[in-house]
Design a protein around this ligand. Structure first.
Ligand SMILES: *Cc1c(COP(=O)(O)O)cnc(C)c1O
Length: 438
């Protein structure tokens, strides 16, 4: 009763001297931090929070921005976690390109140069079967550009078995129709033959689209047509291979690759840069030089142009050392087990269990990677997600599993600390709460 909240509220400069808020000011600017402090002081004056909690409330109200997380899900390409993690070389390239760069300038002649020429050259060198290469914002943008430039007002022939949804409610047929191209569906869900394509191909055809079912499998009485057959029909074949493998990968026998697909006769290959290729979000177009030139010259190409940071990261991905995606796919199960045992030994709790990792949204829907995980109580999933660093695992049969396959070994210490902090908080909470009432 009668407490004068106003007198107890700490002064703005005192709150601002809190080291957390000083660090935030360097990151977010003094204005944003001061605004958070003023708001927290206002809440204290109104009696909503304790005067002593003003600094904490200001810290909590600061805009967080995107946070780096430890991916302990065992899903190598997790869409909600940003798909592929960039290699250290790609990260360096992004930092190096952050300021002014020669992205469109030839430093020798002082004249304008082709944007992204290094990465285009690296992709062309990696896939000699491609007459030319173009890069846009993502796989969907590559499809839209191809459909607009090659088939607007005309037909795209596509099998009914390949009318796929790529995630979050986005469906390829809708995307293609939005460009003004007409979809000419052929065949059935389970079977489409070369005759189906041949009957539909004609003067109205912009191209035949072949879509790799990258996130599902149809089994049983099925039939699909090879690109080598389709390429004989006298119309361009555009192959959306999805994952961005440039060459065959023995680990992923069911995933198509750009080189093989072009050699089979595709005029154009479309792929994402941030799936199995392991690079930044981007859409790759590789293929016939005349087709690529039509895409490059189309007005829409300018709207789908990639940023210099993407070009830098993609170049370092294609020309540089193995990516974290590549490494995670090949992580040795025995070594993962040793790391998980070591983590358990450091913590002194948890159980080491066999687990199964997967590629995820980026492709190879059937591939199972034998892995190991640390099993913890399922109730720890939320506090670990909100910890520092945030740790994202997966809950399976009533337990939280932390799979180290996609956690870089260098992060084992912060991971240990995050789990320890959560364990302490969790042990305290039940002891003070319901446990006393029983
Ligand atoms: C992932 C995928 C897309 C979409 O690519 P984004 O890079 O996510 O835009 C299109 N087609 C196939 C077959 C895919 O697997």
């Amino acid at each position: 009763m009668g407490v004068d909240h106003r007198r107890l509220v700490p002064r703005t400069d005192v709150v601002l001297s809190d080291p957390r808020l000083q660090a935030a000011a360097a990151r977010l600017g003094r204005q944003a931090v001061k605004a958070a402090v003023l708001a927290a002081q206002g809440r204290a004056r109104a009696g909503e929070i304790e005067a002593a909690a003003v600094a904490d409330a200001a810290v909590a109200a600061l805009p967080a921005g995107m946070r780096a997380v430890l991916n302990a899900t065992g899903v190598v390409l997790h869409t909600n976690l940003g798909r592929a993690a960039l290699s250290p070389a790609a990260v360096d390239a992004v930092v190096g390109a952050a300021g002014h760069t020669d992205v469109e300038l030839d430093l020798r002649s002082g004249k304008r140069a082709r944007r992204g020429r290094d990465v285009l050259a690296a992709l062309a060198a990696a896939v000699p079967d491609a007459g030319a290469v173009h890069v846009v914002n993502n796989g969907a943008a590559a499809l839209v550009l191809a459909a607009t430039a090659l088939a607007a007002g005309r037909e795209i022939i596509v099998s009914r078995g390949e009318m796929v949804e790529i995630g979050d409610g986005f469906r390829l047929p809708d995307l293609l129709a939005s460009t003004g191209a007409r979809l000419r569906e052929v065949g059935t869900t389970n079977r489409t033959s070369i005759a189906d394509y041949a009957n539909a191909a004609g003067p109205e055809t912009g191209f035949i689209l072949k879509v790799h079912p990258s996130n599902f499998v149809i089994r049983g009485f099925t039939r699909s047509t090879d690109i080598s057959e389709m390429s004989g029909l006298g119309v361009p074949v555009v192959a959306d291979i999805g994952s961005g493998l440039l060459h065959p990968d023995p680990l992923l026998p069911d995933e198509p690759d750009a080189a093989t697909t072009l050699r089979a006769g595709a005029g154009l290959v479309i792929a994402s840069g941030d799936k199995l290729l392991g690079g930044p979000q981007s859409g790759l177009l590789l293929g016939d030089a005349a087709l690529i030139e039509r895409l490059r010259r189309h007005p829409l190409a300018r709207a789908l142009r990639v940023d210099k940071l993407t070009l830098a990261a993609l170049h370092a991905t294609v020309a540089g050392p193995p990516t974290p995606t590549w490494q995670a796919l090949r992580a040795d199960a025995g070594e993962l087990r040793d790391r998980t045992e070591a983590l358990r030994a450091r913590l002194g709790f948890g159980e080491v269990v066999a687990a199964t990792a997967v590629v995820g949204g980026g492709g190879a829907p059937e591939l199972e990677l034998p892995s190991w995980a640390l099993a913890l109580p399922a109730e720890w999933a939320a506090p670990l997600r909100e910890g520092e660093p945030p740790v994202v695992g997966r809950v399976e049969r009533g337990r939280l599993l932390l799979d180290l396959r996609c956690v870089p070994p260098a992060a084992d210490t912060p991971l240990t600390e995050a789990i320890r902090a959560t364990a302490q908080a969790q042990r305290k909470a039940p002891a003070e709460g319901p446990a006393c009432t029983s």
